[in-house]
Design a protein around this ligand. Sequence first.
Ligand SMILES: Nc1ncnc2c1ncn2[C@@H]1O[C@H](COP(=O)(O)OP(=O)(O)OP(=O)(O)O)[C@@H](O)[C@H]1O
Ligand SMILES: [Mg+2]
Length: 341
Amino acid sequence: MAAFLLVGSSMKIGIVCNLKSGVIKSTHSDDFEEEFDSPETMHAIGAVLASKNHQISYFAESPNLPAELIKDRPDFVFNFAEGRGTSRAREARVPALLEILGIPYSGSDPFTLCIGLDKDVAKKVVSDAGVKVPKGAIFTSENFDIDSVPIDFQFPVVVKPAWEGSSKGIRDSAVAKSRQQLRALLIEALKGYEQPVIVEEYLPGVEMTVGLIGNGKELKVVGAMEIVPKIKDEFFIYSLEVKRNYLTRVDYCVPPKISGEVIDSLFNSALKAFKALGCKDFARIDFRLNTDDQPVFIEANPLPGLNPVTSDFGLIAKGMGLTYEKLILSIFEAATKRLGL
Ligand SMILES: Nc1ncnc2c1ncn2[C@@H]1O[C@H](COP(=O)(O)OP(=O)(O)OP(=O)(O)O)[C@@H](O)[C@H]1O
Ligand SMILES: [Mg+2]
């Protein structure tokens, strides 16, 4: 039915997301809800779509979602649900449900969302497409003896949960400079996040994140943002603490201060990664430069944060002269065009 909607006609749009409850069980880490969104973001997206005469309803990713979508069926879903829990399929649940119900939606499909969340698998796919990725090793709770997993790279290393976002489990202390520090960080991460842990060579260069919107021939880089620590730190990372205290810890630079040649290579790598992962409509992809100024892929966010003020994608758009309204409408239009709505 949705396929017969006329371009520009009013649609019933469902917005599906996970809002922070603000209540975290004592058995959970304090960053348990870090990926979840605020009502401010949900309503900001809703307001942009409503301004184009669409009817908006809001849904939470919850066990009630199937029944609610059947009862109040939208023509289209703007999805940014991160999914509850620790499953590496959590971001794929809403799109999978929408596919069962035959409701068209924005953003990547369940397969891409699963790959994107599993940073180790994402690196393999992106590396196959010719983009540089950091050397790394993966540890599980069954196999966390650091002497039994070959590490063919040098310290310092970054220690991070394999299936998280918003820097969950990546504190300022996540860089190990010795085997002893690595052992302690591994034990802590394996215990705290119920999933494998990645140990990766520390990339020392400039950090940049790239925003992309579109599909096929119309896929475009919106821009890139350099994340510059306010206080020089030998092993700076864009950690949980930095993201929570971004006003005092970092400056954001859009466009980045790096040379045009490096930017070309960064954008080229971002486009390759987007296509290799099969992203749809939009994504934000994180990179660091290595010592030879080559962009190295860190991870991809097929469901990047869209807060109008604080999100990296929002800041990229703003720095490139794109209003928040235009950002959301560009994502929406990429999706509706792809779907032939
Ligand atoms: N191999 C690495 N070398 C240097 N820094 C790294 C490396 N891996 C991660 N980091 C640092 O840790 C930060 C968070 O890592 P990563 O992007 O993997 O986490 P995330 O939780 O998925 O982030 P997001 O908020 O983008 O979802 C990076 O932005 C970067 O500063
Ligand atoms: Mg990241």
